[in-house]
Design a protein around this ligand. Structure first.
Ligand code: AHM
Length: 337
């Protein structure tokens, strides 16, 4: 079979990017490679999730007599494991763990970066075969090199991210990551077990026609949000008809679709969740960074999400993210109020 296009793998791509910076140490490329490796391992298990009934429920023994781990626990262990054994990461924060984990050894203490991640977001969707994902975020340490990483390294505003990305375990498995230079998407080619560049230089469409929000919470939202959602529904044929509502309840899948096709994703505060549901460090900041690098916008309803100074690892936040035009529209409703 003749191929007329040279496929570029994730490793080749990150190394090529590194070559543009003669002083680069390759640590970031190494970190992204480690994340890609953990993602491939998680992907294998996610693909087997439908077999859980025949292989054994989480927490039970499977037919081989091995204990079946919950997938989110498995995913967490994979990411912690590869980053601990790699040479590019001084410590991690995970949505699954109460505290940061500092890799206090000579090599890790000399690593420039720390990494925050949600190892398996939307995991309640696994049982019904809906796409789920991993979200990650990379910061340059502010603590002294040569010493163990500290909490301060993790509590930096999102604007300080060096890179952020996500892996979507969907109809195909993709890794999308952003640095300040751009957003690029890689699809896993199962025949060679490599992520291959499939979506170079992703740009979020200037505007879109899809809004993603949990409609069941409508009556719990604040007035400007209710008004904006109603306006999305009331658009008539003179302005292209009503917007389409799309909400899977798996943020990685919802934001990925809106990033590619244009749209807005909202998780506002509700009367039951007055601080919001999503986590600032593990969910909002990485997506805020990716979408803004791609030309979109992301806020907590008041300010750019990336400017919020975090005060706690598991801090929650309201979150609005998407195409610039739709975010501007939403802001007019918020500002009027
Ligand atoms: P999780 O951390 O329990 O998986 O929750 C995060 C998920 C997001 O992926 C998704 O956008 C949101 O929760 C859906 O919440 P809701 O069911 O309240 O609409």
């Amino acid at each position: 079979m003749a191929t007329n296009r040279r496929v570029q793998t994730l490793d080749e791509f990150t190394i090529q990017q590194m070559r543009d910076f003669p002083n680069a140490t390759g640590e970031l490329s190494g970190l992204l490679r480690d994340i890609g490796l953990a993602a491939k391992r998680v992907n294998v298990e996610v693909n087997k999730a439908g077999l859980v009934d025949i292989l054994g429920d989480a927490g039970t023994m499977n037919v081989q007599g091995e204990e079946v781990k919950k997938l989110d626990e498995f995913a967490n262990n994979q990411f912690v494991g590869v980053l601990r054994h790699g040479i590019s990461c001084a410590g991690i924060g995970s949505e699954e763990l109460d505290d940061i984990v500092v890799f206090d050894d000579e090599i890790s203490n000399n690593s420039k970066y720390v990494c925050l991640f949600d190892p398996l977001d939307g995991s309640s969707n696994i049982d019904v075969n809906v796409s789920i994902g991993t979200i990650f975020s990379v910061y340059r340490r502010v603590s002294k090199l040569g010493e163990p990483a500290t909490q301060e390294d993790f509590l930096q505003p999102g604007i300080k991210q060096v890179a952020a990305g996500y892996v979507i375990y969907g109809s195909s498995t993709m890794m999308v990551y952003a640095t300040r230079r751009g957003v690029n998407g890689f699809t896993l080619d199962p025949s060679i077990g490599e992520f291959c560049l499939s979506h170079p230089d992703i740009k979020c469409p200037e505007t879109g026609r899809m809004y993603s929000v949990n409609h069941g919470n409508f009556f719990q939202y604040e007035e400007p949000i209710k008004k904006y959602i109603t306006a999305c529904q009331k658009k008539d044929h003179t302005n292209g008809g009503p917007y389409t509502q799309r909400y899977i309840g798996s943020m990685v899948a919802d934001v990925h679709r809106n990033l590619i096709k244009g749209g807005i994703f909202m998780y506002p505060i509700t009367t039951h969740k007055p601080k919001g549901k999503l986590r600032l460090l593990y969910e909002c900041n990485p997506f805020g960074f990716i979408v803004q690098v791609a030309g979109g916008k992301a806020t907590n309803g008041i300010q750019n999400i990336l400017e919020v100074q975090p005060t706690a690892l598991h801090q929650r936040s309201a979150f609005f993210v998407g195409s610039k035009g739709m975010m501007d529209e939403l802001e007019t409703f918020i500002n009027e109020a």
